[in-house]
Design a protein around this ligand. Structure first.
Ligand SMILES: *Cc1c(COP(=O)(O)O)cnc(C)c1O
Length: 415
């Protein structure tokens, strides 16, 4: 790669991106309006931040935050807990809460996110308490060659298999070279599903998608959405947690799975303050917009340098991820190292590819984050295998992402 004037390259990219940035700001404004209205509607006050201990009966901070996030996501109800350990835990709780033995789960956007394979029982393991262990069967309809929902395929599957109870849709690209599904596309899936199977539940894995668009999947027909608080909706401040949001009766079923039948959402204390959850949600529309702008800038600059990027800078975004195809291992590894060195935490650490459990190839991860593993903060994940794609996401501020990009360019353009 020939060396070039990095400052000039960045200035030109930013100039050309002005219309795209303007659109991101408009979305932020629309989302923020909904979020602030929710704070007012639920009369959030200092008393809601207070910690609780023990059973947590009538924990007003917890109960109010659940109503608040439900409104912010345009939903009837939400189960939101610090005790939901991750996005996978939230998704598993939802699937086990909604499905019963003899029923069928349909994945309508192809093979789901890696960590769900063990939950569903696709990893071949036996006796680990997967859905398969409990007699829940699985079907899958892949996206089309163009990466679009296969609506005819979904309709056909629903007609053939009346036992389908939950239709799972993954909004984000995850770690695959495909576009995130837009909320509009998800709405089309919901319409197709409910026409043929009115009682089927559409569950959207909303991880990485929250607040990237001005509407959420539950506002276009999804019955339930699921996500992680150390991604978008935590705004970079929530220290842990996850959510399940949507129709009231479905959220209740998930609550009975999370704690216990009969008790459900009535218990659950938190001995630290709820304040970071509330403030994180307040910040989330802005944080997400900063991360999306950062992703677009990376996409634009790498596209100018001749790399293949997905999505392209002008494509409509529905998650915060920017994928860049490096073509060989060396620049990809240099890229990840440069991101790590540009982090506020652990900037002196050198990430190396390692054999992560559950992955066929070594994976390199760069994340110098305040909240451990939080991918709303600037981070990269990359399996070391052809075609050597880096998946970049997050960034609490655009200034940070831009500075990291400068350092990345300095590192790989001089190689
Ligand atoms: C992050 C993510 C998950 C859940 O991952 P955790 O690491 O368990 O939080 C699930 N699906 C998608 C698309 C994700 O991005």
């Amino acid at each position: 790669m020939p060396c070039c004037d990095i400052q000039a390259l960045l200035a030109e990219a930013e100039q050309e991106l002005q219309p795209v940035f303007k659109g991101i700001e408009q979305t932020e404004q629309a989302v923020f309006q909904r979020v602030l209205a929710a704070f007012k509607e639920h009369r959030v006050a200092v008393q809601h931040f207070a910690p609780t201990t023990g059973y947590g009966y009538d924990d007003i901070g917890r109960d109010t935050f659940e109503k608040l996030l439900a409104s912010a996501l345009g939903c009837e109800d939400a189960l939101v807990r610090p005790s939901i350990a991750s996005g996978t835990h939230a998704l598993a709780t939802c699937l086990f809460g909604l499905l019963r033995p003899g029923q069928v789960l349909l994945a309508a956007s192809g093979r789901p996110y890696d960590t769900l394979e063990s939950v569903i029982g696709l990893d071949g393991a036996q006796g680990n308490g997967s859905l398969k262990d409990f007699g829940v069967d699985y079907r899958q309809v892949d996206l089309t060659k163009e990466g679009l929902p296969d609506l005819d395929g979904i309709r056909r599957m629903l007609r053939e298999e009346p036992k389908i109870r939950v239709v799972a849709v993954q909004r984000s690209r995850g770690y695959a070279w495909r576009n995130a599904l837009t909320v509009k596309q998800i709405g089309e899936i919901c319409t197709a599903v409910h026409e043929i199977a009115p009682h089927a539940i559409v569950m959207v894995d909303n991880c990485y998608g929250e607040f990237v668009d001005s509407v959420e999947p539950t506002q276009v027909g999804a019955d339930v959405i699921v996500g992680s608080l150390i991604k978008n909706p935590g705004g970079g401040l929530a220290p842990t947690g996850g959510y399940i949001a949507g129709k009231h009766e479905l959220v209740e079923m998930c609550a009975y799975r999370l704690t216990s039948p009969g008790i459900g959402r009535e218990v659950g204390s938190y001995a630290a303050s709820y304040q970071p959850f509330y403030q994180g949600l307040f910040m989330a529309p802005h944080t997400v917009a900063q991360a999306v702008k950062g992703s677009v800038l990376f996409g634009k600059v790498f596209q100018k340098l001749g790399y293949e990027v997905s999505p392209t800078p002008d494509e409509k975004r529905s998650d915060i991820i920017q994928a860049i195809r490096f073509g060989s291992a060396e620049p990809l590894i240099a890229f990840c190292k440069a991101i790590q060195y540009a982090s506020p935490v652990d900037s002196f650490v050198t990430p190396e590819p390692w054999a992560m459990p559950g992955y066929a190839d070594p994976v390199i991860m760069a994340a110098g984050t305040f909240v451990a593993g939080a991918s709303i903060e600037l981070s990269v994940d990359a399996p070391i295998r052809p075609p050597y794609i880096g998946y970049l996401q997050g960034g609490l501020t655009y200034a940070h992402v831009k500075l990291a990009l400068q350092e990345v360019l300095a590192s790989i353009l001089t190689q």
